[in-house]
Design a protein around this ligand. Structure first.
Ligand SMILES: Nc1ncnc2c1ncn2[C@@H]1O[C@H](COP(=O)(O)OP(=O)(O)OP(=O)(O)O)[C@@H](O)[C@H]1O
Ligand SMILES: [Mg+2]
Length: 228
């Protein structure tokens, strides 16, 4: 499903260059729930952005469903990204002058596949407990609710992989717990791969895989990390 081979990322050139990632090899199967952990500046977001095809690696390859992303030009890369990947960020990034429903439908509008989408959006919003908020404007709901809208928006294209960078980083502990449980139950229910960057590994309890990054390298296998 996802294969990362000898991935390397260098930012900048010459003396000021930063070797953000090196020698990264990871395989993730369909439906797995994987965490990326490590201290600040270790390279977590860089790795997630590489997997999300938001930035190109310096060396190495990323294969998603058998397609090597480095073989795609910028146009096919964007449409590949839109069809295969869903993103959740630390801040929900909703458009405040749109309703909850309209925000969720946005990726389908961009993709040109609005037909039947409203039914699906409403069903997903029900799953995340937001049926009562559907027609509210996005700036009139709580932070925890906004993050659930962002999760719904990430799922509406039925992506093969859902990527989240610190999805609970901006939430109080109760909303964070709700969000974690929601991500885990959606992962079970939808059989999509979830890859999540977090600095709070214990918050997630049991997961399928953990990648620990230190200074741009993977330092531990999943067993050691899960015992840590
Ligand atoms: N656009 C960029 N240009 C130059 N250097 C960058 C850029 N983005 C990240 N870096 C550097 O690459 C390294 C890894 O950064 P990254 O953002 O991946 O860390 P992180 O693990 O996500 O940290 P945090 O937990 O603080 O979010 C750091 O040394 C950072 O300064
Ligand atoms: Mg980061």
């Amino acid at each position: 499903m996802l294969d990362i081979r000898n991935l390397e990322k260098v930012y900048g050139e010459g003396e000021t260059s930063v070797h953000a990632l090196q020698n990264i090899n990871v395989s993730v199967k369909r439906g797995e729930f994987m965490l990326i952990v490590g201290s600040s500046g270790s390279g977590k977001s860089t790795l997630l952005n590489m997997i999300g095809l938001l930035d190109r690696p310096t060396n190495g390859s990323i294969l998603i469903d058998g397609t090597d992303a480095s073989t795609l030009n910028d146009n096919s890369l964007s449409s590949f990204r839109n069809s295969k990947l869903g993103f959740i960020f630390q801040f929900s990034n909703l458009l405040s002058d749109l309703t909850v429903l309209e925000n969720v439908l946005l990726p389908r509008k961009i993709q040109g596949t609005l037909e039947g989408a409203e039914e699906e959006a409403r069903a997903l919003l029900r799953t995340v407990g937001l049926e009562a908020q559907v027609n509210k404007f996005a700036n009139k709901i709580s932070g925890g609710q906004a993050q659930r809208v962002a999760i719904t928006r990430a799922l509406i294209n039925k992506p093969a992989i859902v990527l989240a960078d610190e999805p609970t980083g901006n939430l109080d502990s109760i909303s964070a717990e709700t969000t974690v449980q929601l991500l885990k139950s959606l992962n079970k229910k939808l059989n999509q791969t979830f890859i999540i960057v977090t600095h709070d590994r214990p918050q997630f309890g049991d997961v399928d895989k953990i990648v620990t990054i230190k200074d741009g390298k993977i330092i531990e296998g999943e067993l050691e990390a899960s015992l840590a």
